[in-house]
Ligand binder design. Sequence first.
Ligand code: JAH
Length: 262
Amino acid sequence: MRVDIVSIFPEYFAPLDLSLIGKARANGTLRLAVHDLRTWTHDVHRTVDDTPYGGGPGMVMRPEPWGEALDALAPGELSPDGHTLPRLLVPSPAGVPFTQALAHELAAESHLLFACGRYEGIDQRVLDHAATRMPVTEVSLGDYVLFGGEVAVLVILEAVTRLLPGVLGNAGSLDEESHAHGLLEAPLYTKPASWRGLDVPEVLRSGDHARIDRWRRDESLLRTAARRPDMVAGLAPEALGERDRAALDRGGFSSPPGHVAK
Ligand code: JAH
């Protein structure tokens, strides 16, 4: 996968040389380039921002440097140097929610182009113009405001990179993850069996795999109901069996409407 990032703070992306993302880059799975937006300014002050039309607080990123950056990184024609039409991603608190499903979708793309806004954001015409040439998605990581899109890009890239073929050595760790099944994961334990007076739940040491599976399922359900009632409400009615509903009931949670037992 090819990834280009445009930012006025390219130094933010130094951590991408490290760990598993660094490894994916070293072995060619991930071809990543970080670009300074000011490369595409022409005035002595290398200006990227200006005051908002219509008034209001803060500054807005001017369209010209962004237009030139996108022209350079997403040329309309297929060029011999392997340029492909990228999908443009713009982190913004006004974007669509970033989810594990979107991470899977992005992992299937051959070229991602991230535009990191700063200040109050980027002039809307940049996105409107780009959308005439390539798919554009504004993405939100959650309902809070950062100084800019850089940290959001680090998060998105990490979630996407670990889904690329060959990046996760342990194949088993992909399909049991939180959010792949619509429920949060059950708690995890390792040795020692007793630590500071706290014991690992007996069931996990029983060797009874049916009992362990049921216990984990119950813990997942109770955790999800307590922490993420929105996820429980969003489950398909057939996702919850009779034992699931009984576990929620014992925990004092009402289960969402489902098939009425006959
Ligand atoms: C803030 C440009 N949902 C996380 C998130 C993503 C991006 C931004 N804030 C929060 C942001 C200022 C300018 C992007």
